[in-house]
Every structure is written in C-alpha cells, then in structure tokens.
Write a protein that binds this ligand. Sequence first.
Ligand code: BG6
Length: 486
Amino acid sequence: MEPTTFVLFGATGDLAKRKIYPALYNLFIRGKLPAAFSVIGLGRREWSDDTLRANVEQSLRQFSRNKPEDAATLGRFLEAFRYCMLDIGREADYLRLLDLVKAREEELGIPENRLFYLSVGPEFFGTIADNIRLSGLGSGRGWKRLVIEKPFGHDLRSARELNRKLSESFAEDEIYRIDHYLGKPIVQRLETLQQENPVIQALWTNRYIANVQITANETVGVEERAGYYDRAGALRDMFQNHLLQLLMMAAIHLPHDSSSETVRFKKKRVMESLELLQKEDVGIHVVRGQYAAGSIGGKPVVGYTSEPGIAPDSRTETFIAARLHIDNNNWRGVPFYIRTGKRLKEKSTRIVVEFKEPVKHPRSPNGAEPNLLVIEIGPKESITLQLNTKESGLDGSFKPIHIDLHAVGENSPEAYENLIGDALAGDPTFFAHWDEVELSWQWVQPILDAFGEDLVPLHSYEAGGYGPAESDALLARDGFHWWFDD
Ligand code: BG6
C-alpha cells in the first residue's frame, strides 16, 4: 500500500471517536496501513498534538474491538498523529495546513498522496473541496482522494448540486462516498456467495424466486439527533442509501472475478431497471408510519412527537415499507419488499430470498414451507438455507432444516475498518458511485413529493412491534408475509 497522509476534517467529533480512530488502529495492528503513514487531525478546538493523541487513545480504549494492550505498539500508532486548528471557511488556515502536510511528507520521505476524510456535516463539503483546490493541497504530485459521509443531498436537486460542486475539485474516481452498509462483512461477501456457488447462481432468477425481503428494523428511537432526523425521516436516513444499496447488491448478477467497474456497472443497471412510481400511485406501493408510545424489552418508551426536540405536530416518518419491481429479464414479476423503522421489536437487518412454493403433492397435505435463503447482516451475521425434509414418523409432515452457509466469526472487522482500508488501497468497489446515488434519489423523489403533499397516510404504530399493520397488508395482497415476525 502506498505511503499516505490521512487528512481528517472533524477530528474532534463523535464519528472520529467512535469509528474512525478504532478503524485506523485495527488496520494498523493487522498490518493493513501503509508502512509510512501520517494522520493530520483538524478541528476548531485549540488542541495540541498531545491532546489529539490522548483523545485517540481514549477512543480506542472505549470503542475499539481490539483494545490497545501493548504500550509500544500504541506508541508507534499515536506517533503518526498531528493536530492542526482549522476554521473550515478560512482560506489562510488551509495554507497553514498545506505547510504542515508538506513538512510531514518531507520528514517521512513520502510522496504527496493525500486522502481527505470529511467527517463533518454535508453543508461543509463544498467549501472544504473548494479550499483544498484553491490552497494547492489538492495539486500535489501524488494522488488525492476525497472520502465523504452521508447524507449526500436532501433530494434529487440538492444531490446534483452537491455533486456539481465537488466535481469542480475532484474527479469521480477520486470521490469515495461511504455507505457503511457496504462495509458490513456479510454485504461484502454477497458477491462471493453468487460467484463461487453455481447452485445459488443458477437459482438467482425469477424462474425460482417468489420474492425478496429486505428488512432493517431498529429498536432505538430518534436519540439525540432530533434536529437532523426530523428533517430526514426514514426515507432519507435509511432507505435512499443503505436499503437501496442492499437491493442493488442482492439483485446483481456477477460473473466470476468481477472488477470494481463491473460491480458498479451492474448496480447501475439494476437501478435503471427499477420501475419508477408516479407520485399519485405512491400510496399503493409505499406505507409510511410514525411510532407512538409503547414498550421495548419491557421498558416504556414515548412516542415520536413526545421526543425532546420534535414538534408535537411533526409528520416525519420513522417507518417505511415499499414494494419495488425491477423490470429486467432476471427479475420481472418478482416483488422486492423493503422496510425499515425505528422503535421496533428487535434490531435486525436481513435479506430473505423466498423461493417459489413447492408443488403440492396430493398425498402430503401437511404442506412444506417454501425454501428460504436468509442473509443476516446484523447484529447477527449468518447465511442459511432453509430446506424441507420429512419428519420420521407416521404423519409424514415436513420439517424445515437449516444449512449454515456462512457464519462470521466473532471480532471480525467492522464496516469502517473495511471501508477505510479500501479507500487507502484505492479500491472503490464498496463505495457509492454518483450514478447509483443519482438514480436512488430519482427513484425516491416521487415518494418525497407524495409525502410532502400528504398524498400518503401516516400510520401510527405502537413502539415495540413490527410497524403498522398496513406493512403486513402490502405483502398479504400478493399472497406473502414478512418472514420471522413473530
Ligand atoms: C445510520 C442512520 O446511517 O444507520 C441511523 O443515520 C441508523 O439512523 C444507523 O440508526 C443504522 O446502522 P446499523 O449499522 O446500526 O444498522
């Protein structure tokens, strides 16, 4: 891996503390960081290098999956860190930053390879990208990369505007848009599941599959993010990005040894084939809900509009379920159901592929369950195939058996570790390309419009369940049900 300077905007922030420092440390101890590596942390606070290092150490002790045990190893890791005070809007600060970056590059004798990680609000992305260009930070003799977090825009128009702005300073192949769902270990293995298993590859079509269900249920409520969440809602917060990415990953067909270009090209094709909804029809295919008071794990919780910072008349959705159709030869006729919500019974992110019903045999009235491929993405991680066998005994009833295709060991790398490692190595496979982001917003836009104009009812659901009853009705109309809701 090439020597790199990792320039971190938002070094004093929460994401850096919880995710970025632990990810860097785990990469370091696994030998996955470049041999010569320097980190420049940026923030508005008056910190010294030592304050930054003390904060990094503290974050590792609290959040890292491998705690720092060996003082010498920790010392070598922390030695790479420098701090620079920076006001995002002040051009002169970027010149000071450039001096520091260059001084470190000379000190370490490394090329001018610079990775700019923007762990700050999206309203700052444009200004930072401009100032990187204007200060000369972005015109070194090595490569440059820009890593940004979601949200990428608030709707189709603002996403396009943001992309236009960023593209004045960075080329598309220099922009790494993080969607942490693409960093999850099981999601990264979905391609192998198909590519290396001809049996699964052969079944991956509308000939054998009845429907696909993608669920991302959460028990948490709005937490301390009322200001952000009430403007976003479940559609922008989870659906436009994470869940449509899971849909793309589940629906692509990948030939053996696919390159990152192939993966991204195929994902784009899936999005292009997604049937667009008309604003007036959104209510037929989409259910929106908002949690009311209830109880989770035996503890009472308040309703969304009683949460601190949320207006009592807020119409923001905390739940969404939708039926999507991919109009191509592989998937025509197979509904994809997607749902996500807060304050539901359990935390669970999974994809269930339901195969077509077995042909009923007149002499076996106790019908078998359909075969299922269940991909548990989090918090449990596993891939299982549910098949039927006959119970020994006289009544001849069927019994489902589970074949464990893949269980991930404990202490596997976290999403951020995978993604930061990929960004450092220059591998864009698991980052969202602009085409995917734009097509996702395009698909979501009529829903945003319909919600904005109140064309779709907002159903209240009791905290601690599986969302509004209308979400079950959405599948029942097609003769299906959500799997694993008890
Ligand atoms: C974030 C959303 O992107 O993903 C949060 O902003 C959500 O609202 C989180 O809770 C869920 O991520 P995970 O990895 O816990 O499923």
